[in-house]
Design a protein around this ligand. Sequence first.
Ligand code: ADP
Ligand code: ZN
Ligand code: MG
Length: 464
Amino acid sequence: MTSFEPVIGLEIHVQLDTATKMFCSCALSFGEPPNTRCCPVCLGLPGALPVVNAKAIEYGLMIGMALESELADRSIFHRKNYFYPDNPKAYQISQYDEPLCRGGRLGDVRIHRVHLEEDAAKLIHVGETGRIHGSDTSIVDFNRCGTPLVEIVTEPDVKSAEQAREWLQLLRETLRQLEVSDVDMSQGSLRCDANISIRPVGETGFGTKTELKNMNSFAFIERGIKAEVIRQTEIVRGGGDVIQETLHFDPRTERITSLRSKEEAHDYRYFPEPDLVPIRIAPEMLDTARAAVPELPAARAARYEAAGVSADNAKDLAFRAELAARFDDALPVADSAQATAALFLNQGELAAEVEPESVATVSNLVGAKALTPGNVRAVLEILAERGGDPADVVASEGLGAIADDGQLEGIVEDALAANADAAEKIRGGNMKAIGAIIGHVMRETKGRADGGEVTRLVRAKLGL
Ligand code: ADP
Ligand code: ZN
Ligand code: MG
């Protein structure tokens, strides 16, 4: 049987966290009473004129920079004409053939384009089922209408549902660290559509794609794509053809239903927005945007990996910008970047209360076997409380690892004598019973013994 592979391109809408809307001075809405954040411009009243929000352009440029896009020096808005009750003007001001940014890349996925547009109003469907299909009535809240949106379109480089989820998590974290959006999927400030097709493995051409609309959680996106790939594969294996259409995935039933047949660009009768002048991106705007872009998760993770941190730990740190900034301060004094990274990640909040250099020093002491892993937390707690030099704290609190083999040997002998039945079981081959001996030694030494060393001594004493 032919095997098929998915080909996936993503379209992401991001609400920008500006003070005001895209083309008017209404404040963005955060749960205010319906229809209290509107004016003639965002309600589409005749004669009202839009003015571009400069902050939205700056945020758009920052996103383009983060995605390594080519930034336009001239960009214009178009009218995208369609009728729907959430759209009072019967057109959306969007961008068409002169978007703000073209091309780019994030991780292993190329970016096709990034453009600015405005959000629509929120339709609330009320009625017995509370769902779009079968609801009795829809009411409209125009507070969201005109909220600045950035649309990010990828190339069809995504090869699986898991990759789509992981990549979107990287994109969300990147946007979060840029501080251009609150990227809350459950609130709709980050929304994703997935374009999906399949093709026989080894083929380079593309099959007919469908578009799964507006999935509002990472889990739904992954499940929705999986379900759609299965649906398409069954159609093709059954000798049928996939039809190009826009689909809805219901996460409760896992069912995919058709929303509408796919529209083409010419259906929208795009034309240049006559009420807005073209935007020229001045060098100062680029400077302002560039100065506001911090080191972002992908670059940070790559830098940590190059310093010797495991890929997983590097990513986990890069996704926690504040912790990562502390790790950066610790890095120059760390004997092992990996061990120090792991310590920051394992001790999270506690490590954040200790001088970063001291966290590295604690990790160094463990590496040098001067401190056991079991006592790391105790040392960090003291450092968090009153600071000081980690080596001094270890010495003054008597928390240092037992260096003297003879001393440890005596304690192990006592432990074996006090736990004769456990010793007997170990001798009989039941290594699990060693837990009792190690526990005894750790109690006696207040955790200052090296577990590996204790095991070695127990084996030696029992002649194993
Ligand atoms: P449309 O004109 O239908 O909007 P675009 O060419 O603008 O299509 O692409 C929209 C999105 O669909 C992009 O993310 C793109 O990468 C993706 N895409 C295009 N063709 C395919 C395909 N055959 N399979 C999967 N995704 C695709
Ligand atoms: Zn307004
Ligand atoms: Mg398109």
